[in-house]
Design a protein around this ligand. Structure first.
Ligand SMILES: [Zn+2]
Length: 276
C-alpha cells in the first residue's frame, strides 16, 4: 500500500513535469525554428500550428482537471470497511455491492468504479469516465503532434535524417553512446529521450482510450471485466455511451465541459432521477 500511495504522488508530478517540458520545448525551441519565415510579418503557418497545439493541450489539461474534479465517490457512505489480512480482493479495492467499491488508495466508496488512475490520483467511475477518455485521446494527440514537430526540429537543427525507418530504432542507443563520448550536446540527447517518451505515452494513451470505449459501449467496468461479471443494467451500446458521455456529447468532444446532467449528492440519486 505504501508503494501505491507513493505512485499516487509521483505519477501526477510526472504528468505536470512532462506538460511543462512539452510546453517549453514547443514555444522556446520548436515553433521559432521549425516555422521560421523572415519574409513575412505575420506567420500564418506558425499561428495555425500554435492553435492546433494549444487546442490539444487545452483539452488534455481541461479533461485532466475535470477527471479530478468529478470523482465518483458515494457521499452517503463514509464508513471505511476494515480489510482482513487474508482479503482475497484486488490489491487496491474491495468489492462491496451493486457496482460499489471501496478504493484502498482513495479511502472512499466509489460508485461504478472502473479503476484507480495514478496519473490523476483518483478513481475513475461513471461520473468522470467521459473526461478520462477525452483526457486519454487528447494526451495521445498532444504526444503524437509533439513527436512530429520534434522530429522536424531535429532534422532542421541537427541534420538527422529520418528517411530510413530504422533511424528511429537506432536513434536512442546511438545518441546515448554519442552523449557519453561527448559527441552530442545534453540538449540534443534530452530531445531524443523526449521523442521516445512522447511515442510511449501517445501509444499507451490511445490503447487505454480504445479499451475504455469498448468497455463503456459494453456497459461494463474494468473491475467487472476482471471479475468476469457483466453489469446488471446493460443497455444497448448507444444508451451505454449516452449514459457516460451525456446528451451534449458532441460539445464534449471538442471542449472539456460538463455534458452530463449532474444532480448534487449521490450517483445513485442522479441515476434514479434520470430514469424517472
Ligand atoms: Zn481510488
Amino acid at each position: 500500500m505504501v508503494k501505491l500511495k507513493l505512485l499516487n504522488t509521483i505519477a501526477p508530478a510526472y504528468f505536470y513535469a512532462a506538460t511543462v517540458v512539452t510546453l517549453a520545448l514547443h514555444f522556446l525551441l520548436f515553433m521559432p525554428i521549425v516555422f521560421q519565415n523572415p519574409d513575412v510579418t505575420i506567420n500564418h503557418t506558425k499561428m495555425v500550428h500554435v492553435s492546433i497545439f494549444l487546442f490539444f493541450m487545452g483539452n488534455a489539461l481541461g479533461n485532466y482537471i475535470m477527471t479530478k474534479r468529478y470523482p465518483s465517490e458515494s457521499t452517503k457512505e463514509m464508513d471505511i470497511p476494515v480489510c482482513s489480512p487474508d482479503c482475497p480482493d484486488r490489491i487496491d479495492a474491495h468489492y462491496l455491492l451493486n457496482g460499489r467499491h471501496f478504493c484502498k488508495v482513495c479511502k472512499k466508496v466509489i460508485l461504478k468504479r472502473d479503476h484507480h488512475c495514478f496519473f490523476t490520483g483518483n478513481c475513475i467511475g461513471n461520473r468522470n469516465m467521459r473526461y478520462f477518455i477525452m483526457f486519454s485521446i487528447y494526451t495521445s494527440c498532444c504526444c503524437m503532434y509533439s513527436l512530429v514537430i520534434g522530429v522536424a526540429y531535429l532534422t532542421m537543427e541537427y541534420s538527422i535524417s529520418f528517411e530510413n525507418p530504422l533511424t528511429f530504432l537506432t536513434l536512442l542507443p546511438l545518441s546515448t553512446g554519442y552523449f557519453f563520448l561527448g559527441l552530442i550536446s545534453g540538449l540534443q540527447f534530452f530531445l531524443v529521450i523526449m521523442l521516445y517518451i512522447w511515442l510511449g505515452i501517445g501509444l499507451v494513451s490511445v490503447g487505454f482510450c480504445c479499451q475504455q470505449l469498448l468497455l463503456v459501449a459494453r456497459g461494463q467496468t474494468w473491475c467487472e471485466l476482471q471479475k468476469g461479471q457483466l453489469s446488471e443494467s446493460r443497455g444497448t451500446w448507444r444508451t451505454n455511451l449516452t449514459d457516460v458521455f451525456g446528451s451534449r456529447w458532441l460539445l464534449g468532444l471538442f471542449l472539456p465541459v460538463q455534458t452530463i446532467e449532474m444532480v448534487p449528492g449521490n450517483w445513485e440519486v442522479y441515476h434514479d432521477h434520470k430514469h424517472e
